[in-house]
Write a protein that binds this ligand. Structure first.
Ligand SMILES: [Fe+2]
Length: 296
C-alpha cells in the first residue's frame, strides 16, 4: 500500500464579522441579506468557532486543504481583504485550493472579486489566470478539479449554475486524466442533488451525466451546511459525494456545529482506497473525531 495522502475539506466559513456596510451598497438582494445577517446569522457564524476548527485541522498536518466556497457573506468590497487574510492564515496557495460559492458572487457588481482576490488559490497547473474554470491542480496522487457554480441570483434564491462552456471544458479535462494513476476529486460549491428548488444546482443533471461517463473518485461540496454523503453513478463504480457543515457555525436548528473532513487516500493492490474522518466542534469549542467511514 502507498503512503496516505491526506486531503482536508472545509466549507462555507461565511467569514464573520460582517463589516459595516455603506447604505448605497445595500440595494436589492444585499438589503435582505444584511437584515438576515444582523438579525440571525451573526449569532451562529462565529470567528472563534472558525479559528478553533482551523487550528485543529492544521494540527492534523493534512497534505492539502480544499475550501468549497462561501468565504464571504454579501460580497461587499470590504469583506474581501479580511477573507484574504483569513485564507492566507489557513495556508499558502500551493497547499490550499478554493472554489467560489454563491455568497462570493452575491451580486453582479462584485461577482469577479473572488477570482481577483483569491486567484493564486484557484490557479490550475496549466497556469491559466485565476478565473478560468474548470482548473486542474495535481497534488501527490490527487487531481483536484475545481468548478464554479457561483452566479448572482435574484433575492431569496441561492441556486448555482455551471453553464455549457464550463461543462464542455470539464468533459475535455476529465477525458485527459488517467483514473488508474490519478485520484480525481471534483470541488464544487453546490451539491449534485438538492430537494430545494431555491438552492439547487440548476444544471446538475448534465454534470451527473458527465460524471457517469468519465467517473471521478470523490466529489466535495458545501452549500447545505450539513453533514452529507450521497452516492452517484460513475463509469466503473459509484462516486461518493461528501458535504460538510459551515466551518464557522454553532449548532442551531437542524444545522450541526462546524466540522471538517479528512480524506486519507492510498493505493492498494491497484485500487484506490479512501477513508473519511469527520472532526467536529463541541459546545466548549473543542474539536474531536465524530465519525470514520471507508468510502473506497
Ligand atoms: Fe453557505
Amino acid at each position: 500500500m502507498t503512503d496516505a495522502f491526506t486531503l482536508a475539506h472545509l466549507s462555507d466559513p461565511h467569514l464573520p464579522p460582517l463589516p459595516a456596510a455603506r447604505f448605497r451598497d445595500l440595494a436589492g438582494k444585499r438589503a435582505l441579506g444584511y437584515i438576515n445577517w444582523t438579525r440571525n446569522r451573526h449569532k451562529y457564524h462565529r470567528r472563534e468557532v472558525l479559528d478553533a476548527l482551523v487550528a485543529d485541522m492544521q494540527a492534523q498536518r493534512p497534505d492539502h486543504i480544499a475550501v468549497t466556497g462561501d468565504l464571504v457573506n454579501l460580497a461587499l468590497d470590504a469583506e474581501f481583504a479580511p477573507a484574504q487574510a483569513w485564507l492566507e492564515g489557513v495556508g499558502p496557495p500551493q497547499q490550499v485550493t478554493v472554489v467560489p460559492g454563491n455568497h462570493d458572487a452575491y451580486v453582479r457588481a462584485t461577482q469577479d472579486r473572488f477570482g481577483g482576490t483569491f486567484g493564486d488559490y484557484l490557479k490550475g497547473d496549466a497556469g491559466a489566470n485565476g478565473t478560468a474554470f474548470p482548473f486542474v491542480r495535481r497534488r501527490g496522487p490527487l487531481a483536484l478539479i475545481g468548478v464554479s457554480s457561483a452566479v448572482p441570483t435574484p433575492p431569496l434564491m441561492a441556486t448555482g449554475r455551471l453553464g455549457h462552456a464550463q461543462l464542455d471544458a470539464l468533459d475535455r479535462e476529465l477525458a485527459q486524466l488517467q483514473p488508474d494513476q490519478t485520484f480525481r476529486v471534483l470541488l464544487v460549491h453546490h451539491p449534485l442533488n438538492s430537494a430545494s428548488r431555491m438552492k439547487r444546482l440548476t444544471d446538475s443533471k448534465a454534470l451527473r451525466a458527465l460524471l457517469k461517463r468519465h467517473g471521478v473518485e470523490l466529489v466535495l461540496h458545501g452549500h447545505d451546511h450539513i453533514h452529507s454523503t450521497m452516492w452517484f453513478e460513475g463509469s466503473e463504480r459509484r462516486i461518493p459525494a461528501i458535504g460538510v457543515p459551515s466551518a464557522s457555525a454553532l449548532a442551531h436548528g437542524h444545522y450541526p456545529a462546524a466540522a471538517y473532513n479528512l480524506f486519507a487516500v492510498t493505493r492498494d493492490d491497484g485500487k484506490w482506497r479512501c477513508v473519511q474522518t469527520v472532526r467536529a466542534i463541541d459546545a466548549d469549542l473543542r474539536v474531536r473525531q465524530i465519525k470514520q467511514a471507508t468510502l473506497l
